[in-house]
Design a protein. Structure first.
Length: 132
């Protein structure tokens, strides 16, 4: 562990050391936004040890278009993380909640659902930006 950063225990160091990209999911609420800020501080501290930039993207999840708070969180994320915020958001979706309970991925459980569409859009976005 690195003394400068108390949150390193949250991350799997081996995964970060070997990763080309860290995708940080952030639920559309203020506590998750705080957690994302802590992850950002952790990654910056880790970069000093690695002597390289850790490429990352922040993914807004559980986005509910009916709640102003979702849009407030999205705006704040862009203020904090700029271009590192994915354009794609993952909408709040019943099928996404059901799939793990059935031990299935969203594409096996409900391939026509909004959740499957959102994750497909994320894949396309990451591919188009050369991140996968």
């Amino acid at each position: 562990m690195i003394d400068c950063c108390p949150y390193l225990g949250v991350l799997s160091l081996n995964a970060v050391f070997s990763a080309d990209l860290v995708l940080v999911p952030v639920s559309s609420d203020f506590m998750s936004l705080r957690g994302a800020s802590q992850i950002e501080r952790t990654l910056k501290a880790l970069e000093q040890v690695l002597k390289r930039r850790v490429e990352r993207r922040y993914l807004l999840t559980r986005f509910d278009r009916r709640r102003n708070m979702s849009f407030d969180i999205q705006k704040k994320m862009v203020e904090l993380f700029g271009d590192e915020v994915c354009d794609t958001v993952i909408s709040e979706n019943v099928a996404l909640a059901e799939a793990p309970a059935l031990n299935l991925d969203i594409f096996s459980h409900a391939p026509q659902s909004r959740g499957a569409e959102d994750y497909s859009a994320l894949r396309v976005e990451l591919q188009n930006k050369g991140l996968m």
